[in-house]
Design a protein around this ligand. Structure first.
Ligand code: AQP
Length: 346
């Protein structure tokens, strides 16, 4: 392997960003910019796999960009852009549609969850979503992708697509001289899924993922919620009646308690064991106010900064455009080789 370390990750502008997106993804993007080349994308082309009102899509795209910056991602250090500005994403996704197999797509649990019983009526894009995601990552030959646990299966598919492309086109890759020392053109990307908050659960039901598309606003903490709303949502969160256990093992079989302790741990950069060492035996009357105070102390400054940035959409758009140009240069270099490898004449 001789691919230079590069991180890519994306967030869909498909609704209100929530605490799960922040703890599972955005917060973890920030330190990586000090150790890696980092590319963070607002994946607007993914968002339209389900219907988006055009004005709402524009607003949500700027919101995700504002959240990146407010969380501490420096647009000079990292590349921040929206996917549709770099047309090569769609171009590579088409090639990957021809590399990937329909059976692979049909096995994706996110497709099954989102399509439900209605799989004949959802968009073709929703089925092909993981192929576009593979293109997002491999266009930049990203070696690592920080994501929440729900994206693990899609990352495995990205690895399968990269391996099949490397294998199907091995002869052409060798002839065009674009291979690494192992004869690979695309890296076999590693997912970065770690920490106490890889899957934040709904505040109403500890067995369901916190999600933008949950119809209950009470199920999630939105990154644009103010301090009062954050506090109320945490205090009203569904829990069992028992006090917190005296060790981490005691959280097993208690999804709501496990979730709230995980949120506390992630927000305070501690392990669940450290949180339990402090709060073991405490009742909800003590733990929930402590969690609410912590959540507000972390999220309120970010919320203020997001609002400030959103007051100036022209500046956000300029940052996205600049990021799009920098990303586009890398993407075009990859696509020049890909077109050649596949046999397209230019
Ligand atoms: N509940 C979660 N806990 C931890 N990480 C999460 N992520 C999403 N939900 C949680 C991570 O956030 C990143 C961006 O996700 P996305 O917006 O691209 O897509 P998603 O996973 O489909 O997000 P949502 O919020 O659940 O949206 P809907 O409701 O539209 O499906 C990813 O890294 C994801 O792992």
């Amino acid at each position: 392997m001789n691919f230079s370390p590069r991180v890519f990750s994306g967030i869909q502008p498909s609704g209100d960003l929530h605490l799960g997106n922040y703890l599972g993804a955005i917060r973890r993007f920030v330190p990586l910019q000090h150790t890696h080349e980092t590319i963070y994308c607002v994946v607007d082309m993914h968002a339209i796999t389900v219907w988006q009102e055009p004005d709402a899509l524009r607003r949500a795209t700027r919101e995700v960009a504002a959240a990146f910056i407010a969380a501490g991602i420096d647009p000079k250090k990292s590349i921040i852009f929206n996917q549709s500005q770099v047309v090569q994403h769609a171009e590579l996704a088409w090639i990957f549609n021809c590399v990937a197999r329909i059976g692979w797509m049909n096995r994706m649990t996110q497709f099954k969850d989102k399509a439900g019983k209605n799989s004949e009526a959802v968009s073709l894009g929703l089925l092909a979503y993981p192929s576009l995601m593979a293109a997002d990552i491999l266009l930049y030959k990203a070696t690592e992708v920080p994501v929440g646990d729900d994206q693990k299966q899609h990352l495995e598919l990205t690895r399968d697509i990269a391996a099949k492309f490397n294998n199907d086109y091995a002869k052409s890759i060798a002839e065009t001289g674009a291979a690494n020392v192992d004869g690979e053109f695309f890296p076999i990307t590693e997912p970065l899924i770690a920490g106490p908050a890889t899957r934040i659960m709904s505040l109403r039901d500890g067995t369901k993922k916190m999600s933008k598309s949950d119809p209950s606003d009470q199920s999630r903490i939105s990154l644009l919620d103010d301090a009062d709303v954050i506090s109320k949502k945490i205090k009203k969160a569904t829990t069992d009646p028992a006090e917190l256990p005296s060790d981490v093992e005691g959280l097993a079989g208690r999804p709501e308690a496990d979730n709230l302790v995980g949120i506390y741990a992630a927000l305070s950069d501690k392990t669940k064991a450290e949180v339990i060492a402090e709060y073991g035996g405490a009742g909800w009357g003590k733990f929930k106010p402590a969690l609410a105070e912590l959540a507000v102390s972390v999220l309120a400054p970010m919320n203020n900064e997001m609002r400030r940035l959103l007051d100036d959409p022209a500046t956000i758009d300029a940052i996205l455009r600049d990021g799009g140009e920098r990303a586009g240069a890398i993407a075009e270099a990859t696509m020049k080789d890909v077109r050649n490898i596949v046999g397209f004449i230019r």
